[in-house]
Design a protein around this ligand. Structure first.
Ligand SMILES: [Zn+2]
Length: 174
């Protein structure tokens, strides 16, 4: 009403980010566009880092292309969260969905914040086996998004394999 105090004002803001990718991120992104997930295997302790970091933080040794290994595009859900999106203006999410940490076969650590699809959120569970639902090759993103799994993989879906017992992935829960 006209004589009520002004308590809020709306303002639209548009932000454009330019993120410069490193050579390591570019090479990881190139592989993703080809439908491959890569990592670096430490020459001393054999831990496999994916995405590759260019070094092993335990052994303090650099890793490079010669230490590159291919990681499977399937793995085990180690933990998850169910997101019920608040409907603010600009929100594009309408439905409840699940985000999970996944321990990919062949990797030594879980990757976080991965979208789970093709299954009801209340059926998602720790130990569930999933596989990548790759975007069609022409839809996989370039630029800074190259280095993100989400730029190449639509989501992860159950692959029908039996669940893995907790003791197999307990140390990888993040
Ligand atoms: Zn190491």
């Amino acid at each position: 009403m006209a004589d009520e105090p002004v308590t809020t004002m709306e303002q639209m803001v548009s932000l454009e980010y330019k993120i410069h990718s490193t050579p390591l991120q570019r090479s990881y992104g190139r592989a993703l566009r080809e439908g491959r997930i890569t990592g670096h295997k430490c020459p001393e302790c054999s831990l496999v880092y994916s995405p590759p970091t260019g070094f092993c933080s335990l052994c303090v040794v650099p890793t490079s292309e010669q230490h590159e290994v291919e990681i499977a595009d399937r793995g085990t859900i180690t933990s998850f969260t169910i997101v019920d999106p608040i409907q603010y203006r600009g929100q594009e999410e309408r439905e409840v969905y699940a985000l999970a940490s996944i321990l990919l076969d062949g990797a030594s650590g879980s990757i976080g914040q991965q979208r789970i699809g093709d299954v009801a959120p209340d059926e998602v569970r720790m130990g569930m086996r999933v596989e990548a639902a790759w975007l069609p090759e022409e839809e996989r993103k370039g630029g800074a998004a190259q280095a993100a799994l989400g730029g190449a993989i639509r989501h992860w879906r159950p692959n029908g394999e039996p669940d893995r017992p907790l003791e197999e992935f307990a140390e990888h829960i993040i």
